[in-house]
Design a protein around this ligand. Sequence first.
Ligand code: ADP
Ligand code: MG
Length: 253
Amino acid sequence: MDAKVIASAGQPVLKLQDISKNFGGITAIENFSLEVYPGEIVALVGDNGAGKSTLIKIISGVHAPSAGTITIEGQSVTMSSATMARSHGIEVVYQDLALADQQTVYMNMFLGREPVTRLGLLDRRKMIADTEKLVKELDVRIPSAHATIRDLSGGQRQGVAIARATHWANKLILLDEPTAALGVAETAKVEEIVQSLKQRNIGVLMISHSLDQVFRLSDRICVLRRGKQIGVRRTAETSKNEIIAMITGLQEH
Ligand SMILES: Nc1ncnc2c1ncn2[C@@H]1O[C@H](COP(=O)(O)OP(=O)(O)O)[C@@H](O)[C@H]1O
Ligand SMILES: [Mg+2]
C-alpha cells in the first residue's frame, strides 16, 4: 500500500489548533493549526523570521503559547517545560545545538536521564555501551563514546544530537535545520536517519531551508509566512515553484 495513505490514516501524533504566540508587541505565530501523523515527515518552510523556530519551541515546551491547544495522540497537553515534552516522547534537535561542550559524547546522550546503578552511582558502563551501540547503528562517525563534544566537527556534533533524539523519541521528533552546517556526505547520512524513523512510526516535523531536501524527504510541506500558515501541500502534488510562491507571497506568472 502507498506509504502516504498509511501516514494519513488514524490518529495524528501531534495536533496543533489555533496556536498563537506574542513576544511583547510582536506576533510571532498567529492562529496556526497543523497535524502530524505517525511515520510521516512534515516539512516546515518559510523565510527568516517566519516563526518556524518559535513553533518548534512551543511544541517542545520551551515557550508557552499565548493561545491555542496542543494534542498528543488525542490527549490535550500543556507543555510547560522541555522535560514534559520529553516525557511525552517528543525530542528536539535545535538549530543552535544544545550539547554540553565540556562533556563526553556518552554523557550528552543521557544528559538529565542518566541511568544509575543499584548503589545510586552513575551507570557509566551502561551509558558507554548504549552510546557505542547507537553510534554504530546510526553510523555516526565519531572517534569514541569518550570523546569530548568540543573536539568534534560540526557534523559529528549534529550526529550526536540526532542520535540522542532518535534514541529517546518514541512519538515525535522536531528538527530545526538539522543539516544547515553539514557537508554533502554528512547531510546524506542525516537524511537516511530521518527516513529510517518512518519504520519506527515516529512523526517528524522538520525545518529546512533546502527545498531540494524538503522534496527528497517530506510527505507534506507546510508554509509559514510572518507567523501565519499559508497552506499545506502533499509533496507529491506540488512543485518548488508553488512552494516558493507561497513562501514569498509573490504570485507565479
Ligand atoms: N524570545 C524571543 N523574544 C522576542 N522575539 C522573538 C523571540 N523569539 C523569536 N522572536 C521573534 O519572532 C519572530 C519569529 O522568529 P523565529 O521563530 O526565530 O523565525 P524563523 O525560525 O522562522 O526564522 C521574529 O520576528 C523574531 O524576532
Ligand atoms: Mg529559525
